[in-house]
Design a protein around this ligand. Structure first.
Ligand code: PEP
Ligand code: MN
Length: 337
C-alpha cells in the first residue's frame, strides 16, 4: 500500500505513519518528492484497514496496490481453476449449462423438466428445495423431500445437482444430495455460513449479492477458500440499480472483470438477472460472448403455474432454442458447449 502525505506534512506526522506501518510488520520505503512525501509499505496488508491511515493527520490519500483477497486472486494463482463434478468440468473449455426449475415442486414436474434439459444438453440440474423468499407467506420449498426428488431425477438422466443451502445448519444435509451447494445472493455476506462452507468438501457456487461490489464478492469467496474449500464458483445474477423494468440489472461486465481479477470460474444467471422470460435468451448469449464458464437457467414445463419465479422461467422449447444458439456462439470464442 501507499500512503501519500499532504504537501507540507510535518516530520512528526510522517514519523507517526512510518511507526504505525512498522508496528504492522510492513517494510517501509519513504520517498521525498518536490512537493510531498510518499510512503510505500510492502508486506501482507490484507488485514490492514486503510481508513486507520486516512484519518491520521497529514495524510492526503491511502491506496492499496495489492488486492485484499489472496487465495481468490489471479496473482496467487495464474491458471484458471477447474472444478470437477464427476465428469463435468467447470472452468475448462466447455461452457457448462445448469438448468431446471426455480423450485422443486413435485417429482413429476422435476422429472418432466429434467428430461427436457438433459436432452437439450444441460449437464447439471438446478432446483431449490430451500427457497429464500422475500415474503414469509410465499412457497419456501419442499425441504428434504425436494432434495430427494432432485437426486433421484438427476441420477435418472445422468445429471449433476446444484441446490441452495440457506444456512449453516443445512450444509451437511444438502451435501448428502447435491454436487454443488448454491449460496444465494441474500447470503453472500453471511460470514458464519461462509466460514462453515470453508470446512465443507462440496463445491460452492457463490452468488453475487444484489448490492455487492466485485471486491466484496471476491472477499466472500476468500472466506470460503481461507477455510480450506478452494472449489468455489462465482455467479453473476444481476444487481439492484435504479432501473425497475427488469427485476435486476444483469452486470455482464462482471464476467470479464472477475476473469481478470480471479482464477475462479464464473457462471451467469440471466433468469434472476432479468426476471423476464423473453430476456433470458439474449442475456445468455451475451454472457457466453463475454466469457462466462457456465450458465444457470430456470426452465419450467408450466411457468404460468410455477410456485416461484414463473415470469422468468422459460419453456422447454425455448431452452432448446437457447442451447442451439449457444452451440453456435461458443465455437466463435474457441469454446465448446
Ligand atoms: C434462485 O436461484 O432461484 C435464487 C433464489 O437466486 P438468488 O439468490 O440469486 O436470488
Ligand atoms: Mn429463482
Amino acid at each position: 500500500m501507499v500512503v501519500a502525505m499532504e504537501p507540507g506534512a510535518t516530520e512528526q506526522q510522517i514519523a507517526a505513519v512510518v511507526n504505525r506501518l512498522g508496528e504492522l510488520h510492513l517494510d517501509v520505503h519513504r520517498s521525498d518528492g518536490a512537493t510531498r512525501t510518499v510512503i510505500g509499505a510492502i508486506g501482507d496488508t490484507s488485514a490492514v484497514d486503510l481508513s486507520d491511515f486516512e484519518v491520521m493527520s497529514g495524510v492526503a490519500e491511502v491506496l492499496r496496490i495489492s488486492v485484499p483477497y489472496k487465495l481468490a486472486s489471479r496473482t496467487f494463482q495464474r491458471e484458471d481453476t477447474i472444478i470437477s463434478v464427476g465428469d463435468v468440468r467447470i472452468g475448462a473449455n466447455e461452457v457448462v449449462v445448469m438448468a431446471g426449475p426455480c423450485s422443486v415442486e413435485s417429482l413429476d414436474q422435476t422429472r418432466t423438466i429434467a428430461e427436457r434439459v438433459a436432452k437439450a444438453g444441460a449437464t447439471i440440474l438446478r432446483g431449490g428445495a430451500f427457497k429464500p423468499r422475500t415474503s414469509p407467506y410465499s412457497f419456501a420449498g419442499l425441504g428434504e423431500p425436494g432434495l430427494e426428488i432432485l437426486r433421484t431425477v438427476a441420477d435418472e438422466f445422468g445429471l449433476k445437482v446444484i441446490t441452495e443451502a440457506m444456512d449453516r445448519s443445512q450444509i451437511d444435509l444438502v451435501s448428502r444430495y447435491a454436487d454443488i451447494i448454491q449460496v444465494g445472493a441474500r447470503n453472500m455476506q453471511n460470514f458464519t455460513f461462509l466460514r462453515e462452507l470453508g470446512t465443507a468438501r462440496t463445491p460452492v457456487m457463490l452468488k453475487r449479492g444484489m448490492a455487492a461490489t466485485y471486491e466484496e464478492w471476491l472477499m466472500s469467496a476468500e472466506y470460503i477458500m481461507s477455510g480450506g474449500n478452494h472449489q468455489v464458483l462465482l455467479c453473476e445474477r444481476g444487481i439492484r440499480t435504479f432501473e425497475t423494468y427488469t427485476r435486476n440489472t444483469m452486470d455482464i461486465a462482471a464476467i470479464p472483470v472477475v476473469k481478470k481479477l480471479s482464477h475462479l470460474p464464473i457462471v451467469a444467471d440471466p433468469s434472476q438477472g432479468t426476471g423476464r422470460r423473453e430476456k433470458v435468451l439474449p442475456m445468455a448469449r451475451a454472457a457466453v460472448a463475454a466469457g462466462a464458464d457456465g450458465l444457470i437457467i430456470e426452465v419450467h414445463n408450466d411457468p404460468d403455474h410455477a410456485l416461484s419465479d414463473g415470469a422468468q422461467s422459460i419453456w422447454p422449447d425455448q431452452f432448446d432454442e437457447l442451447m442451439s444458439q449457444l452451440q453456435q456462439i461458443a465455437p466463435v470464442l474457441g469454446r465448446s458447449l
